[in-house]
Write a new protein. Structure first.
Ligand code: MGD
Ligand code: MGD
Ligand code: MO
Length: 550
């Protein structure tokens, strides 16, 4: 997040897009609701009529994968009506003239045709966003898990740059992070192109620092992302894999392909707190300790580094992740031995400018938000107050493109996938609690009444859902929450309903994030499906998916 969670209650205007906040970030959703009760205007943009829409001043039901057209049209209104912050644009941004020229064709009327959002709503939202002194944008994976994910974010960021909403309390562009320490993992360098603290692997000076610290030579070339890694495994270019804290077989897109890749490996290590589906494929399973069983730090969405303290001992032979890695390092011949996570933190902070001022002593009292360059620095609540990392904030002319796998006659529905409040990802953790099972006992397919009528389906009927990659079964729930033509499923029940057998691994070319939020599918009655199968004996793909599904 460029800004901080507590500031949401100061915002005059909140633009929430691609975030099912009340289900995925219920605590942050409380701040949003508080802001609304303090008088803030809330606009919700989502193809599904999510709960947050009930609190919104305006809910805009966008067609899946058309966000760029919406944000461009808002820029069009802001520029044409001269609602932008002229001084800010001149001093802090680059590329204004190019954007102004490019954006002309994105009239609100043109965007209405693409997005399905009435042009009056687009115009009103653009005017209100520009008029607010403190306007916050919040978004999550509803806009990033698309094949145009980066472009979605860039066209959205144009709005904040045009109106000078960076560096303003209660403003900013705020991606709500996913897992508890996904921010911390990135901070610590768990990204293929980065050293700790977002220093590039190609940066000679940064690399030299770490080479000195570790006594090794580091590769200046970025590593590969997970999506490329899967292809490399299938092609035999990657022969060993070490997975830590991920149930890839159930959570990666196109599960049939993931299984093929993992099975092609010569050596697979999985380090997890439970024996997951993925761990079952491993040659070696390293049992790890969970969050309540370890000391260390987590960094949250607002870049706040916080202490975690061990509450109970890990069961059996399970060990904290840092200890497993450290012991492996020793066996690989690394001389240094770590005795406590504080020693690892010190090493990290010593070589990482944005974390340099944070120490365990300071964290004893309260969390600290990076950048925190020195031990007397209070930490940073708001980013980009005086400058950007690049010299200027660049406005980007971004053309609209459609989703990677559009519907057709054979696969006439769009499947979008995501989360439900009571369950977590692949269910390895939440799937073990009787209380949670009571709330969400199994997977279901959310479908609009129009589509259910057309397919002659009854509420609760178990159906077959198939895509070009595979097939699963689940009961349907008929609901107005899903727009016509779009069905929704979670990926919380990978044993009974492995949703990712269906999803596409077509991905964003820049981040290689798969388009989890849209692929083409069809729904069939179970009886009908079985009949068709015996008629044509199934294709190879279907056979494979049946294996996955059954
Ligand atoms: N209970 C619970 N909470 C979680 C998690 C969990 O598993 N369970 N997981 C955590 C993690 S890792 C993450 S990343 C976050 C994810 O948090 P969210 O992104 O809020 O979660 P999703 O359910 O994936 O919701 C995405 C939303 O985007 C919408 N959407 C889909 N396509 C589009 C589109 O084209 N445009 C727009 N504007 N919206 C679109 C969907 O309808 C959906 O409402 O949640 C975190 N919190
Ligand atoms: N169809 C579809 N697929 C998706 C998404 C979607 O919206 N739709 N969302 C994607 C997103 S945003 C995300 S973040 C991923 C999530 O995908 P995963 O991260 O694979 O999902 P989890 O089920 O949370 O798996 C985490 C694993 O870590 C283990 N674990 C928990 N704590 C610890 C620990 O302290 N140490 C170790 N070593 N292991 C631990 C858990 O037991 C679990 O097996 O899914 C992605 N996949
Ligand atoms: Mo995530």
């Amino acid at each position: 997040m460029s800004n901080s969670i507590a500031e949401l209650k100061e915002a005059e205007f909140i633009f929430a897009t691609g975030t099912n906040t009340t289900e995925s970030h219920p605590v942050i959703a409380l701040k949003v609701k508080k802001a609304v009760s303090n008088g803030a205007k809330l606009i919700v943009i989502d193809p599904r009529r999510i709960e947050l829409a009930d609190f919104a001043h305006r809910y805009m039901q966008i067609k899946i994968g058309t966000d760029i057209a919406l944000y461009n049209a808002m820029s069009n209104v802001i520029i044409n009506e001269e609602l932008y912050d002229k001084e800010y644009v001149a001093e802090r941004t680059g590329g204004f003239e190019e954007l102004k020229h490019f954006i002309r064709e994105y009239t609100p009327q043109y965007a209405e045709q693409i997005t399905g959002i009435p042009s009056e709503d687009i115009i009103a939202t653009a005017r209100e966003y520009a008029a607010a002194d403190r306007a916050s944008i919040i978004y999550t994976v509803g806009i990033t898990e698309h094949s145009c994910g980066v472009h979605n974010v860039q066209s959205l960021t144009n709005l904040a740059l045009l109106t000078g909403n960076f560096g303003v309390p209660g403003g900013g562009v705020n991606p709500l992070r996913g897992q508890n320490n996904v921010q911390g993992a990135g901070d610590a360098g768990c990204l293929p192109n980065n050293l700790p603290g977002y220093q590039r692997v190609g940066d000679d000076a940064a690399r030299a620092n770490w080479e000195k610290e570790w006594g090794v030579t580091l590769d200046p070339n970025p590593g590969v992302t997970k999506v490329t890694a899967i292809d490399d495994m299938i092609l035999g270019r990657m022969r060993a894999l070490y997975i830590m804290g991920e149930n890839s077989l159930a959570s990666d897109a196109n599960a049939g392909k993931t299984r093929k890749a993992l099975e092609a490996l010569e050596f697979l290590v999985v380090q997890d707190i439970f024996l997951t589906q993925t761990a079952e494929l491993a040659d070696v399973v390293l049992p790890a300790a969970g969050f309540g069983e370890v000391d260390g730090t987590f960094a949250n969405s607002e870049r706040r580094v916080q202490r975690v303290r061990k509450a109970v001992n890990p069961p059996g032979v399970a060990k904290p992740d840092w200890q497993i890695i450290s012991e492996l390092g020793e066996r690989f011949g690394y001389k240094k031995k770590f005795n406590h996570p504080a020693e690892i933190w010190d090493e990290l902070a010593r070589n990482t400018p944005i974390l340099a001022g944070i120490s365990y002593d300071r964290l004893d009292f309260q969390g600290i938000q990076w950048p925190c360059p020195t031990s007397d620095h209070p930490g940073t609540q708001i980013l980009h107050t005086d400058n950007f990392e690049t010299e200027k904030g660049y406005l980007m002319p971004i053309p609209h493109v459609g989703i990677a796998e559009p519907t057709d006659e054979e696969y006439p529905l769009i499947l979008t996938t995501g989360r439900r409040r009571a369950t977590y990802h692949t269910g390895t953790q939440t799937g073990r609690s009787a209380g949670i099972e009571l709330l969400v006992p199994h997977e279901w397919v959310e479908i609009n009444p129009e589509d259910a009528d057309e397919l002659k389906l009854d509420d609760g009927e178990v159906v077959s859902v198939s895509s070009r990659r595979g097939r699963v079964q689940a009961p349907i729930m008929i609901t107005e929450k899903s727009p016509p033509g779009v069905i929704f499923m979670s990926f919380h029940f990978p044993n009974e309903t492995p949703t990712n057998v269906l999803t596409t691994d077509l991905h964003d070319p820049i981040t290689e994030t798969p388009e989890f939020k849209a692929c083409a599918v069809k729904i069939e009655k179970i009886a009908q499906h079985h009949k068709k199968q015996s008629d044509k004996n199934g294709t190879q793909n279907t056979n494979q998916s049946l294996k996955m599904a059954d």
